[in-house]
Design a protein around this ligand. Structure first.
Ligand code: GLY
Length: 349
């Protein structure tokens, strides 16, 4: 079976395997890393219906004793109640420190599984098995884990690296179009921030999924290795996210993460020339439209500004925004929040 392996050197070192059909090899990938242990699979109702039996059979065939816990699909499951319920499940199954969690799903499952693993018995190992494009290129790599609380998204979490990532790109064949497109926004983001060659490949649709996922993961790996704990460079991965999160919040999460990031990237690209940087807004907008994104901002500049004020990236009176210098090269710019408010009023009609 053909697959790519990308190695990450962080506070925990691990391999990320990427290829079509490699879920069948999961047990063989796990054995050299975790040895003989019990495995608790965390998944959601959508993934369970399609692939729940398959992952259990593969792991059992590889000699593993496996249990499974299923959460309802959707962001609402990324909450304190689900966290506690899963921790109780791990305890009821008497998992020990040598056992491990398998997070089998998209971003919600990955974030919840990772956070649970970091807390249960003060830390057990976990494996990310992403099933969405977004989780494959972003949330399954780099060790950010979190749940949402009423005050905001991802406000409770930890940096806790997985022991292995196994990305079977064939699992994405069954994704609804809009969920797959959400991941495409993150892929375009990687091209914009750090790789003009990747960006130009993305003009040819459909792109080579395995090659593109591998390239995005390499870019994320390189960033995480330099700034695992998000003190500087890792902020580049937030291109489009500062404005995107504001739009997601204003829409009460009816605008999906990918759609919001697409709108946010266009706003950032429009702000850039007002800060003396180049203007790639038309070029970026055209690519996003090719992918079917609606890039208009349905909220006023004042609404977006107000929503921004509670952003995690705000430090006192300053906020950090990622702006393009050219396609494939973005930079972090710290500016007073009021100044950003004035710029927003010039770029959002
Ligand atoms: N998703 C952004 C990061 O991992 O830093």
């Amino acid at each position: 079976m053909q697959y790519n392996t990308i190695h990450v050197e962080a506070s925990r070192c691990y391999d990320i395997h990427i290829g079509r059909g490699i879920l069948a090899e999961l047990g063989n990938f796990i054995r050299p890393v975790l040895g003989d242990c019990r495995l608790a699979v965390l998944t959601d109702s959508n993934v369970d219906a399609l692939y729940g039996n398959r992952i259990m059979e593969y792991l059992q065939a590889a000699g593993y004793n496996v249990c499974k816990y299923v959460i309802p699909a959707g962001e609402a499951s990324k909450c304190a109640e689900s966290l506690l319920a899963f921790l109780n499940f791990l305890a009821s199954e008497q998992l020990t420190r040598k056992d491990a969690v398998i997070a089998f799903g998209g971003g919600v499952v990955g974030d919840l599984g990772g956070l649970s693993a970091s807390l249960y018995l003060r830390g057990v190992k976990y494996v990310q098995v992403p099933t969405t494009l977004l989780a494959a290129v972003d949330s399954s790599v780099g060790g950010k884990t979190a749940i949402d609380i009423p005050a905001g998204k991802n406000l409770v979490g930890s940096f806790y690296q997985p022991s292995l990532v196994c990305c079977d790109t064939a699992l994405m064949d069954t994704l609804p179009k809009d969920i797959y497109r959400d991941g495409c926004a993150e892929v375009i983001k990687y091209g914009m921030i750090l790789d003009a060659d990747l960006y130009s490949i993305l003009h040819t649709l459909p792109f080579d999924r395995e090659a593109v996922v591998a390239r995005c993961v390499e870019i994320k790996r390189d960033v995480v290795q330099q700034d695992e704990f998000d003190n500087g460079l890792r902020g580049l991965l937030n291109f489009g996210h500062t404005f995107g999160h504001a739009i997601e919040k204003l829409s009460n999460f009816s605008v999906s993460h990918g759609e919001a990031v697409a709108k946010g990237m266009v706003i950032a690209a429009r702000v850039a020339p007002l800060c003396g940087l180049c203007n790639v807004a038309d070029e970026l907008s055209a690519l996003l439209v090719e992918y079917g994104f609606d890039i208009s901002c349905p909220y006023s500049a004042q609404d977006v500004y107000d929503a921004l004020l509670s952003d995690k990236k705000r430090r006192g009176g300053k906020i950090s925004v990622v702006l393009p210098r050219s396609v494939g090269d973005c930079t972090l710019v710290d500016m007073p929040v009021e100044e950003l408010g004035v710029l927003l009023s010039k770029v959002i009609a």
